[in-house]
Design a binder for this molecule. Structure first.
Ligand SMILES: NC(=O)c1ccc[n+]([C@@H]2O[C@H](COP(=O)([O-])OP(=O)(O)OC[C@H]3O[C@@H](n4cnc5c(N)ncnc54)[C@H](O)[C@@H]3O)[C@@H](O)[C@H]2O)c1
Length: 250
């Protein structure tokens, strides 16, 4: 029970990495408020979790909307009394040549991947500050550190998440609030499949190119997020945690 008595908000929790993290957090004793833009997937995930756990709440939420964030944080505090952890996980993937990008697509992805993360941090920090305790974990990507063709938009959004996390870590360190970014390589989710399709490579071939010879799983990422949320990592802030089976080491 590494997260006993902690309350966490997890965005994009209906699917993929977010869903696995909701489950791991519940297994580790946390109260979990998970959100997603998809009401149908959110309700489906909630029903699965409710089979085993009581202390879980789903709220439909578009991370780009400030009023939605106010509602999520207020409901978390009303139901569980505090907010100890925010996992800003919701995100969109996009790939295209820079000359082919429309401003609409640019703003769509930046709105979720960057504005969504900013709003989450903005709305939990006042509560964490009062508690003098908190851990914010932001989902960046290997694409926030390493360059690829046709990745200007996704790379820019994830690079922004990396730097926003470091800047906020310095700003709130005096209040014992920690902020870290995580940087997964390709993970087996709906989005991971889209990444593989975008570079037109079979997943088996991608796995062969990774030193640990496999793709990452949502569980790999959820385990890292549990660690960063827990009191086992209280001296870790402002850092970027790469989790990629060794791909970026060479
Ligand atoms: N899968 C990968 O290979 C990979 C690699 C590196 C980083 N990441 C990052 O990890 C995070 C999770 O990725 P995933 O693979 O689980 O993706 P996914 O597509 O499986 O799940 C993302 C979830 O976010 C939700 N979402 C999308 N827009 C939203 C919005 N405006 N408001 C609220 N929820 C919204 C979706 O409905 C979905 O349930 C993302 O930020 C992604 O960029 C993923």
């Amino acid at each position: 029970m590494r997260l006993q008595e902690k309350t966490a908000i997890i965005t994009g929790g209906a699917n993929g990495i977010g869903k696995e993290t909701v489950q791991k957090f519940l297994e580790q004793g946390a109260n979990v408020v998970f959100t997603d833009i998809s009401e149908a997937n959110g309700q489906k995930t909630l029903a699965e979790m409710k089979d085993k756990f009581e202390n879980v709440l789903f709220i439909k939420h578009d991370v780009q909307q400030e009023a939605d964030w106010q509602n999520v944080v207020e409901q978390a505090v009303e139901k569980f009394g505090r907010v100890d952890v925010l996992f800003n996980n919701a995100g969109l993937y996009s790939t295209n040549a820079v000359v082919d990008y429309s401003v609409e697509e640019w703003n769509r992805v930046m709105g979720v991947n960057v504005t969504g993360v900013f709003l989450g941090m903005k709305h939990v920090v006042p509560f964490m500050r009062e508690q003098k305790n908190g851990s914010i974990i932001n989902a960046s990507s290997l694409a926030g550190i390493k360059a690829s063709a046709n990745h200007t938009l996704y790379g820019a959004s994830k690079g922004a998440v990396r730097m926003m996390s470091k800047d906020l870590a310095i700003e709130v360190a005096g209040d014992s609030i920690r902020v870290n970014s995580i940087h997964p390589g390709i993970i087996q989710t709906t989005m991971g499949d889209a990444v593989a399709a975008g570079i037109n490579v079979e997943t088996e071939q991608i796995a062969n190119g990774i030193p640990l010879k496999r793709l990452g799983t949502p569980e790999d990422i959820a385990n890292l997020v549990v660690f960063l949320a827990s009191d086992e990592s209280t001296f870790i802030t402002g850092t970027e945690m790469v989790i990629d089976g060794g791909s970026s080491a060479r």
